[in-house]
Ligand binder design. Structure first.
Ligand code: HEC
Ligand code: HEC
Ligand code: HEC
Ligand code: HEC
Ligand code: HEC
Ligand code: HEC
Length: 500
């Protein structure tokens, strides 16, 4: 079989070999994946993204080599045939070349179509987003797997529908991949607050504001750092909707997303301090502006006018719907409540907090540190307890290390303090960023911090002597350890963010 004279050059040979190898590799991976059902991120990556790139490169090199050869012929050993490209079907060489070219092109196009379709789906998959750069995405991926959204694809919140956001997110993704190779990404990685698609186009595809959630009872258990690991209960009615279900979102927490309500606010970049809030009643058109009364924080009228404002949506409260890193006290409480560690081992809560207060720099040092600190705590202060409960303490250490590994990622500097969570007010100010009795309107109204506005306490206290009221009644909050009236004046987060 003869090919055009210009084909015989090294560049075109290289192109042919590259394309051939790429071709065989693709077929190999595609068979592995589709016939033998191999599930491997790297197989997918090679089959649908890397190797097709080489195939394309090879196919470009072939005509490039021919073009160069042709130019050389033109300069040096020029012959009349080479002056212009003649496609003469009577010529056997041309026929062969054309045949090969057509077959290859047809297959190439077919593969590109299937490949890019698969590639598109692949880049939208949870494995792609969550595991490709393991170390970098590990915190988000692990937290995601333990979240209520473990079966919702990353892309459904981070990309959404439509080509524009697909392209936008992939371009920003490419930058991340590049940074990943260079190792120049931030630890912890930044929250994409500004680039995140509005809730309207993501969350509201599955949950929508008109969908009414009624009130909900929560029963939380806390364990104090004393000898008995005293079990303290708080039973609250969360007032998610109005008290009467027929009233839907016209009251309660989800009042914020009622279609007649629009709240806009101005804040710093991280949305930590919110000095200016506007509530627009869309039905009556009435506007109420609340200004932080502390004049050292609040902006001037001009600053407000010139600043960017944000319209309140789901993510202003639910900002960690799938990447929630719990505070140590929080997950140790859950271990007790779930009987995974034993309440009957004296001082176990105190010992656990001892082991978890340190900030570790690697997973291994954390694992060893937790073990050592808890063991030392008992050996030094309560050696007889240590002998008596050695087995329970050992298994508690393993459970605590496991829970730690779901919530703390030393290499990425991710622990509960890394990303503020805006729902609630215990560790971070969250709702209290506005609801602090200090944001005042011109007619003297404040955004309320009333403890019964968002939830009511219907039971609290130590197990076996819990004080209850009726479901529609309320108890005044009693702080689990005596701090006097301080919880009324000091924000919870001032004591609770660190070191608990
Ligand atoms: C239910 C929606 C949802 C899903 C599903 C989801 N995310 Fe997120 N993700 C968010 C939101 C909202 C933020 C912004 C958090 C904030 O503003 O504090 C975020 C932030 C992030 C960040 C920035 C760092 C951080 O922790 O703030 C990364 C990285 C990330 N997500 C990766 C992923 C990966 C990987 C997956 C899939 C394994 C995923 N996300 C699935 C909603 C989601
Ligand atoms: C693809 C659909 C989908 C998207 C998009 C989605 N969610 Fe969800 N969400 C779910 C499912 C499914 C559940 C679990 C429902 C259940 O347990 O009954 C859930 C549960 C929740 C819960 C209840 C959590 C709990 O503790 O039980 C909240 C709050 C929530 N989603 C908020 C959000 C927010 C905020 C966003 C946008 C950032 C979002 N969701 C995006 C499907 C989705
Ligand atoms: C003002 C803050 C705020 C806004 C805005 C908000 N939520 Fe909520 N939402 C809450 C709180 C607080 C709860 C109760 C959480 C709990 O039980 O601890 C809740 C509960 C939920 C639940 C779970 C209901 C249940 O029965 O467990 C879902 C789902 C939910 N919200 C989705 C959304 C979606 C979607 C949006 C946006 C359209 C939204 N929320 C806007 C604060 C808010
Ligand atoms: C950006 C500021 C801001 C944040 C943050 C905020 N709110 Fe509000 N909230 C308001 C404003 C403004 C009102 C209306 C005050 C008024 O007119 O009395 C309001 C009213 C409420 C109401 C009363 C609704 C009714 O029945 O009339 C509840 C309940 C509520 N918020 C819950 C929450 C919860 C829970 C959070 C945190 C998850 C939260 N808010 C965070 C600004 C905010
Ligand atoms: C603007 C709404 C709002 C106000 C005002 C408010 N809370 Fe809360 N509170 C919440 C929300 C939302 C949660 C649930 C957080 C979560 O889901 O993790 C919560 C949780 C709690 C919890 C359980 C702590 C936890 O996270 O385990 C206690 C206790 C509590 N609140 C006490 C109070 C007290 C005392 C006051 C009055 C000083 C108060 N709250 C005022 C919204 C509010
Ligand atoms: C002056 C500091 C201070 C303030 C303010 C404060 N707390 Fe506490 N809180 C503590 C201390 C100290 C403990 C005891 C920790 C222990 O024994 O493990 C505690 C324990 C708790 C516990 C049990 C904790 C656990 O994880 O086992 C809850 C719940 C709690 N506080 C809620 C609140 C709420 C809600 C507020 C705000 C309304 C608040 N606290 C304000 C200091 C404070």
């Amino acid at each position: 079989m003869k090919l055009p004279r210009t084909y015989y050059n090294y560049t075109s040979y290289l192109g042919t070999i590259t394309a051939l190898i790429a071709w065989i590799t693709i077929i190999f991976f595609v068979i592995q994946i589709n016939v033998f059902g191999v599930e491997n991120v790297y197989f997918d990556l090679f089959a649908y993204m890397v190797t097709p790139g080489f195939l394309l490169l090879g196919l470009i090199l072939i005509p490039f080599g021919m073009w160069r050869k042709k130019r050389q012929i033109k300069r040096g050993t020029q012959t009349p045939d080479d002056k212009l490209l003649v496609i003469d079907l009577k010529d056997k060489k041309t026929r062969n070349a054309l045949f090969i070219f057509s077959v290859v092109t047809v297959f190439f196009v077919l593969f590109t179509v299937i490949g890019s379709y698969k590639g598109f789906h692949y880049t939208e998959s949870v494995e792609f987003c969550g595991t490709l750069c393991h170390d970098v995405m590990e915190p988000e991926y692990v937290a995601y797997q333990h979240s209520p959204h473990a079966k919702v694809k990353c892309a459904e919140c981070h990309v959404g529908e439509g080509v524009d956001f697909y392209v936008k997110s992939k371009m920003s993704g490419l930058r991340q991949v590049y940074k990943n190779f260079l190792g120049t990404f931030n630890r912890p990685i930044e929250t994409p607050i500004a680039n995140l698609r509005p809730a309207r186009e993501t969350c509201e595809k599955c949950h929508w504001p008109e969908k009414f959630y009624t009130n909900k009872i929560r029963n939380e258990k806390y364990y104090l750092a004393d000898s008995a690991n005293t079990e303290w209960n708080v039973i609250m009615k969360m007032r998610i909707g109005a008290d009467h279900s027929a009233l839907g979102n016209t009251g309660g927490i989800h009042w914020h997303i009622n279609k007649d309500v629009e709240i806009t606010y101005q804040s710093d970049e991280k949305r930590k301090t919110i000095p200016w809030v506007k509530y627009l009643n869309k039905k009556t058109g009435k506007e109420t502006i609340f200004l932080e009364s502390d004049t050292s924080i609040h902006p001037t009228v001009k600053e407000v006018a010139n600043s960017e404002k944000r319209t309140f949506d789901c993510m202003d409260c639910h900002n960690r719907p799938s990447h929630r890193y719990l505070a140590p006290s929080n997950y140790v409480n859950s271990l007790f409540a779930g009987n995974q560690i034993s309440k009957s081992v004296p001082y176990l809560k105190a010992a656990a907090m001892e082991g978890l207060n340190d900030v570790y720099s690697t997973k291994d040092s954390a694992r060893m540190g937790i073990d050592k600190q808890i063991t030392d705590y008992y050996k030094k202060s309560f050696p007889d307890l240590f002998t008596k409960y050695q087995k329970e303490i050992k298994s508690a250490i393993t459970a605590i290390q496991t829970e730690f590994s779901y919530n703390t990622f030393p290499e990425m500097k991710v622990r509960y303090t890394a990303y503020p969570m805006n729902i609630g007010h215990l560790e971070f100010n969250g709702c209290f960023r506005c609801h602090d009795d200090k944001h005042k309107s011109a007619d003297g109204k404040v955004i309320s911090k009333d403890c019964n506005l968002c939830h009511t306490i219907i039971g609290q206290g130590i197990t076996d002597s819990i004080k209850y009221t009726t479901i529609n009644g309320t108890l005044e909050f009693q702080h689990p350890v005596d701090i006097g009236e301080e919880w009324k004046t000091t924000n919870c987060s001032e004591c609770h963010l660190e070191p608990f």
